[in-house]
Write a new protein. Structure first.
Length: 573
């Protein structure tokens, strides 16, 4: 039964009326200075002005592109769209005046009627985007103040109407627009509130891009849903100075903050170099790790290094989600800490979980509990039948938070959002494309269905291969590896593309590096790599959340290949 919940536009209007001066969002620059502040009253007034402009240039249901650097103007634009009943389409802002291929694909797919941005980006972006979208009205949201004309009166929206299109990252295919309704947003916000143990005092700190679902739904909409304050930063500031993130958590006494697995790795690596600022992380109760895969050693190292600064291992909060489910699917329990299991590697290759003693198998980190608001099944993707206990299968999800489908892609929508489990005729499920299993109510992610590497009839999960490769030699860049298979003369062949660290380009010995990788793969997986490509940093494409795009790597390998790293000696330079 669908519950009647208050929708986000109504929540903002209520907060603006009851607590207009309360700080909703604070944006920090790289010096940890408060560059921008939005109160609920400011946000409401400016969003009304944006909605008034949109109502003159768009019809309800039209799409509007949101092209912004990381800033609070994005939030104003987003709520302006919600007020005007215009479908918001957040996109990755251009870099160096170049519109990314994925952004061009999104623009062509959604056919926007208007563009919302900031004044300085109109001149630099318009000329490069118009060949894709044509001549559209552009509106500089940063020119709207809280004293703007706010005569526009928003009308109530229905729970089934589309709030925005969250385009997928394209890690395994072209970006697809997930149709997220107002009802989906409200349902998932309530799931997050309960699962994370939030209340109106749960201050947030976040740096994830706002055009990404974790940044928007987790760091922007959840705080507004609760009526608390969110401290936001630029992703580039985090990448350059990871400990700035922890410093903001300490300063603002954040209850909740997190990111993908690589964010915790980056803090560990930076802390290892010394000069850790004066931190008090005892306030941090929910340190969510929303990546796939979650690395047990990352959790352990982070907890150990920052324990002297008040951080508790029990604050670590693994979780799992995807755009097609609005965001959250499973989450840990506040204050419980992470769970792990030891799986027999040989049995796992046959999609079975058999517990094995420590140090003799593969350690899997849990991604949280199945939540009461949803139905989650582990299903054989070939038969549609539920898997027996302790068998790996595809994760299927049903609930009010599951989105309506893909924008203008009826076949893909039917295939992904309308799957029927063999034992439950008439009930439809979302096929996540992720492989996993449930043990004692906890979900464990094993890999991606499309990325599965099958060599001589045995299943290998590319994340495991990549982790082994990256750990085999100090010259190899963490997070810079793609493992995939390509057709061979008799069977599939394993290909590994690995980036070298920038500072190692002149020092490392290519023969030694390659030998270390091959030896590690044989030792850990009994695998022989058919083609090992050592390349320069930045050559592998990643999604906005930092995931390696294996399909793109495979495509490039087959079509043009990668630039091969050749060590340059000082004399040759």
């Amino acid at each position: 039964m669908v519950q009647q919940r208050t929708l986000l536009p109504e929540i903002l209007q209520s907060r603006a009326a009851l607590e207009p001066a309360s700080r909703a969002y604070v944006f920090l620059n790289e010096y940890e200075e408060e560059k921008e502040v939005l109160t609920y009253g400011d946000l409401h007034a400016r969003a009304l002005a944006v909605a008034g402009w949109l109502s003159q240039h768009c019809r309800p249901g039209d799409r509007a592109l949101l092209i912004f650097p990381q800033s609070l103007d994005f939030i104003v634009a987003y709520f302006g769209c919600l007020y005007a009943h215009v479908v918001a389409v957040p996109v990755n802002p251009p870099r160096k005046k170049r519109v990314q291929d994925a952004t061009s694909s999104i623009v062509r797919d959604c056919e926007p009627s208007a563009v919302l941005t900031i004044n300085t980006m109109i001149e630099s972006t318009r000329s490069s985007l118009e060949p894709v979208c044509g001549a559209l009205p552009w509106f500089p949201v940063d020119q709207v103040t809280d004293a703007a004309d706010t005569r526009f009166q928003p009308q109530p929206c229905s729970a089934d109407s589309i709030a925005f299109l969250q385009y997928t990252s394209g890690s395994t295919s072209d970006p697809k627009g997930v149709m997220v309704s107002h009802g989906n947003l409200s349902a998932n916000q309530e799931m997050i509130r309960r699962a994370f143990g939030h209340d109106q005092n749960s201050t947030f700190v976040g740096w994830a891009p706002l055009f990404h679902d974790q940044g928007l739904i987790g760091n922007v909409l959840q705080p507004l849903y609760l009526g608390t304050t969110s401290i936001l930063m630029s992703p580039m500031a985090f990448i350059r100075w990871p400990l700035l993130w922890l410093s903001a958590i300490s300063r603002y006494r954040a209850h909740t903050s997190g990111g993908p697995n690589f964010a915790f790795d980056a803090c560990v690596a930076r802390a290892a170099r010394g000069n850790i600022p004066d931190l008090d992380l005892s306030c941090w109760k929910v340190a969510f790790n929303g990546a796939e895969p979650i690395r047990p050693e990352t959790l352990r190292q982070f907890a150990e290094i920052f324990a002297p600064f008040g951080f508790s291992e029990k604050a670590l909060y693994p979780c799992y989600g995807l755009a097609e489910a609005t965001l959250l699917v499973t989450g840990s329990q506040k204050g419980r800490g992470p769970r792990t299991i030891e799986a027999d590697v040989e049995e796992l290759s046959h999609k079975r979980y058999v517990e094995t003693p420590g140090d003799h198998g593969r350690t899997l980190a849990g991604s949280g509990l199945v939540l009461p608001e949803e139905a989650l099944r582990i299903v054989d993707p070939e038969t549609g039948r539920p898997c027996p206990a302790n068998q790996v299968g595809e994760i299927w999800v049903a609930g009010e938070h599951v989105a309506h489908g893909y924008w203008r892609r009826p076949e893909a929508t039917a295939d992904t959002f309308q799957a029927e489990c063999d034992s439950e005729p008439g009930r439809t499920y979302l096929r996540t494309g992720d492989l996993g299993l449930v043990v004692d109510g906890e979900l464990y992610i094993v890999g991606r269905l499309k990325d599965l590497v099958i060599i001589r009839g045995r299943n290998y999960y590319p994340q495991d291969i990549e982790h082994t490769v990256q750990s085999s030699h100090p010259a190899l860049k963490p997070g810079g590896c793609a493992a995939f298979s390509v057709p061979g003369s008799d069977d599939e062949k394993l290909v590994v593309v690995q980036e070298i660290k920038g500072e190692q380009r002149r020092k490392a010995d290519v023969t030694d590096v390659a030998a270390s990788i091959r030896a590690a793969l044989m030792r850990e997986h009994e695998l022989s790599v058919s083609d090992l490509v050592l390349t320069l940093p930045g050559r592998l494409q990643k999604t906005s959340s930092g995931k390696i795009m294996r399909a793109a790597a495979r495509k490039r390998y087959l079509e043009t290949g990668f630039e091969v790293w050749t060590p340059v000696t000082p004399s040759a330079a």
